[in-house]
Design a binder for this molecule. Structure first.
Ligand code: SOE
Length: 382
């Protein structure tokens, strides 16, 4: 694994845990953790359960005891590491968004296609697909339980940079992060809604806003909790993204992704209204899915709250008895399980780098629309 900050910790926990709950066909061996700072990497490796460390990611690719590389670095390094790893014959799991630009994402897809011909697999880490309630929502849409999808309403709300004194960490710089709320959390709700509906956005109208344009440079940066010094620098990404668009199956969708929703820490809400029913999901109640069956007697109709912990629900057969709740980190355990199952079966895991590129094309259309005063902008074909 390359990187050991927030996502590195979440992925490490998943690599440690997946085989303890699920009957995996291959056993993950946490061979090596890679980071630039030797002392910090060694400390992280001990804490997170990695056997050895490296300080140069290229060294990973030369090691025979590495068959899969998990990329948990900021977006500006995804393409270089993932392409080289695939060329070296290593399977790749890459954190979202797949890349910072469409060109980088296209190069990654090309590398993934070449690698696939040699049996080498790749996957992008949109973990919210693997919330059991979200996977159940997908299943219900596929089974026709809400009829034709008409409306999709999705928000992803955070508030960690409301304070204008919060420093200019890498997530607020376009050179490292690509974009702001748009790519970091907007990408999640684009993938999530396209996954649940089975439909893709064909075009968007968009608005981006940066409320705080200058911030103190970080004195000590540690991801989402950092402190600022006396010098200031420019924020080069969006703080908030609003957009709406058309889905290729005839539905319409609205999106809001913001880091300025004061009081909202990590709130995802998605509602899908179909011709004969509706579904609603709220990450703050991630073990639940709301379902309305519009074909029932009008007098008895209403949203029902399904507690998604039955053995027949997606992923639940590996866990605890019904009613014993899962958490956010468990979505990464499911990600590892699905990836290992696919690698062992010689199949391509989902979401693929192609799916990652398609989300990137949506983000690109949002940025182009916002730059064009919100005009209708088509999402480029894959
Ligand atoms: C920060 O905004 C962040 O950690 C994202 O990068 C993750 O993808 C999301 O799951 C939680 O918030």
């Amino acid at each position: 694994m390359v990187g050991y900050a927030f996502m590195g910790a979440a992925h490490s926990q998943a690599w440690r845990t997946a085989r303890r709950f699920f009957d995996l066909p291959l056993q993950p061996d946490m061979a090596v953790l890679c980071g630039r700072n030797a002392a910090a990497t060694t400390a992280a490796a001990q804490r997170m359960g990695w056997r050895t460390t490296e300080t140069d990611w290229k060294a990973l690719l030369r090691r025979d005891d590495v068959q899969l590389v998990d990329v948990c670095t900021p977006g500006d390094t995804h393409a270089e590491i993932a392409v080289a790893a695939l060329e070296a014959g290593k399977h790749v799991l890459c954190e979202k968004p797949l890349a910072n630009t469409v060109d980088e994402a296209r190069a990654m897809v090309a590398a993934a296609e070449r690698a696939q011909a040699r049996g080498v697999r790749s996957m992008v880490g949109f973990n919210y697909r693997r919330v059991p309630a979200v996977a159940l929502a997908r299943r219900l849409v596929e089974q026709g339980r809400i009829g034709r999808v008409r409306h999709v309403r999705a928000v992803y709300l955070q508030d960690w940079i409301v304070d204008p004194e919060f420093p200019l960490v890498w997530r607020l710089r376009a050179d490292e992060a690509g974009s702001g709320a748009l790519g970091d959390i907007g990408a999640h709700i684009v993938d999530l809604t396209q996954f649940v509906t089975g439909q893709r956005l064909t075009g968007v109208n968009a608005l981006l806003e940066t409320f705080v344009r200058r911030r103190p440079l970080p004195s000590a940066s540690s991801g989402l909790s950092a402190s600022g010094g006396s010098e200031v620098g420019d924020v080069t990404v969006d703080d908030a993204a609003l957009f709406f668009g058309r889905l290729d199956g005839g539905g319409i969708a609205t999106y809001e992704a913001t880091r300025f929703a004061t009081g909202r820490k990590n709130a995802i809400r998605v509602e899908v209204n179909g011709s004969t029913g509706s579904l609603a999901f709220d990450l703050e109640r991630l073990n639940e899915l709301e379902y309305l069956d519009g074909t029932e007697d009008a007098e008895l109709q209403g949203f029902r709250r399904v507690v998604v912990t039955e053995p027949g629900h997606p992923y639940l057969s590996g866990w605890y008895p019904p009613g014993h709740m899962l958490g956010w980190g468990d979505t990464f355990v499911h990600e590892v399980k699905d990836l290992v199952d696919a690698v062992a079966a010689g199949q391509d895991p989902l979401p693929s780098f192609d799916d990652g590129l398609q989300v990137q094309l949506v983000l690109d259309a949002v940025q182009r629309s916002a730059a064009d005063r919100g005009c209708w902008t088509e999402v480029e074909e894959l």
